[in-house]
Design a protein around this ligand. Structure first.
Ligand SMILES: Cc1cc2nc3c(=O)[nH]c(=O)nc-3n(C[C@H](O)[C@H](O)[C@H](O)COP(=O)(O)OP(=O)(O)OC[C@H]3O[C@@H](n4cnc5c(N)ncnc54)[C@H](O)[C@@H]3O)c2cc1C
Length: 365
């Protein structure tokens, strides 16, 4: 029997490129097909492709959504909340942030038919069967429910053999996103456990109240043995839960956390220099391009975008390294969650998405 001749892909670079681009597109071109009001402060934007097909993604991943607001071209990452089993659309579920630039714009202005550009699906906040085991504890805060929703929907639809304990912290009951669907899922699927913890309960509220404490977590899950923890939510939740989880002595590999953007008030971050206020103004010189003034308390990337200088960005949380930029002189503050390569630290590279000027600075893009 003659063996099939191996295909020589080096002779077909366009073929390979096409396959790679369809699986990992740099950009996706999407149109809003439907808008679902989830809660008074949250909407889901159901997006369909205007060109080609959607690429596959792993439940838990996000896209960076580009928006032009006035003269400013900016972007924000949003986790995909729909299941990867739905291949004709992706859902982005956006919660209003008080004073937030993009979330308010999306919630107040976007209509069915509006078109957007996003990155392809990104991020590593997903279930990894090789390392994560079969027992998963999901700690969600506010809009941080979105990646978990995608994972849970997939687990239910594909009947995956996993046990999930979702503990969802919300300020008030009206803010709970996907509450009805989650209750239904937990009722019908013995392997999905769902509990809500309300931090500002209305009078007479009978459920769990407060924050996601060690005791509340243990009461819901029994013990930590063989369980992998995932955490997604606002900065304040991480600070609180980190301290609570520390006493559980989880091995590091058993705790995954999603990045969630810049802190609400960077001056409260550990290491912020004494004597510098959020409203202090410093000069930013972009070599060969422009010099302008920027606030210390605002991520440098936002100030740059306002000046019409757009740096490629994906996570906007200081972890993906896409926006890596050379700091020629001066100092910036970067919160401890920013992950810089040792070589970048040594040779003066910064991540402008989470770098705050604390002196007059000069950068090269
Ligand atoms: C991986 C990932 C997934 C995410 N998924 C979701 C999701 O599914 N749903 C969701 O609702 N959100 C999600 N987010 C958060 C989202 O990306 C945005 O951060 C959120 O919508 C707020 O954006 P905004 O433009 O409204 O607020 P911004 O205006 O960006 O404000 C956010 C913070 O940036 C700083 N800042 C920005 N501009 C200024 C300024 N002019 N002066 C001072 N400080 C400033 C402040 O610290 C402020 O608190 C996710 C974030 C990440 C990183």
């Amino acid at each position: 029997m003659s063996e099939a001749k191996p295909r020589d892909y080096t002779k077909e670079p366009d073929f390979v490129k096409k396959i790679v681009e369809s699986l990992h597109p740099e950009r996706m071109y999407l149109k809003v097909k439907e808008i679902i009001q989830e809660t008074p402060s949250t909407k889901t934007f159901r997006m369909v492709p205007t060109k080609g097909k959607l690429p596959p993604f792993r439940a838990g991943q996000y896209v960076n959504l580009f928006v032009k607001i006035g003269n400013v071209l900016t972007s924000r990452p949003y986790s995909i909340s729909s299941s990867p089993t739905k291949t004709s659309y992706i859902d982005l579920t956006v919660r209003r942030k008080k004073g937030g630039f993009v979330s308010n714009y999306l919630l107040d202005n976007v209509k069915v038919g509006d078109e957007f550009e996003t990155t392809g699906p990104m991020g590593q906040f997903y279930y990894e069967p090789l390392t994560d085991g079969k027992n998963l504890v999901f700690l969600a805060g506010g809009s941080g429910i979105t990646p978990f929703m995608s994972i849970i929907r997939e687990v239910v639809e594909r009947k995956l053999d996993l046990n999930i304990w979702l503990i969802y912290g919300s300020r008030v009951p009206e803010d709970i996103i996907f509450g009805k669907e989650l209750e239904e899922i937990a009722k019908k699927n013995k392997n999905i456990h769902y509990s809500v913890v309300i931090s500002e309960p209305p009078e007479g509220y009978k459920g769990l109240c407060g924050f996601l404490t060690r005791d509340i977590i243990l009461n819901q899950i029994g013990d930590t043995e063989g369980k992998t923890f995932y955490m997604c939510g606002p900065e304040a939740m991480y600070n609180f839960c980190d301290a609570e989880l520390a006493s559980l002595k989880l091995p590091r590999r058993r705790l995954k956390r999603e990045a969630y953007g810049p802190p609400d008030d960077v001056t409260l971050e550990p290491g912020w220099p004494k004597g510098i206020k959020a409203d202090d103004i410093f000069t930013v010189e972009v070599v060969g391009k422009k010099t302008f003034k920027a606030r210390a308390g605002e991520p440098l990337m936002n100030s740059l975008e306002r000046e019409g200088i757009v740096i490629p960005a994906v996570c906007r949380s200081g972890v993906c390294t896409t926006c890596r930029t050379k700091l020629v002189s001066g100092k910036v503050f970067m919160p401890r969650t920013v992950t810089l390569l040792e070589a970048d630290r040594k040779f003066g590279y910064i991540h402008p998405c989470m770098a705050y000027p604390i002196e007059n600075i000069k950068i090269r893009i």
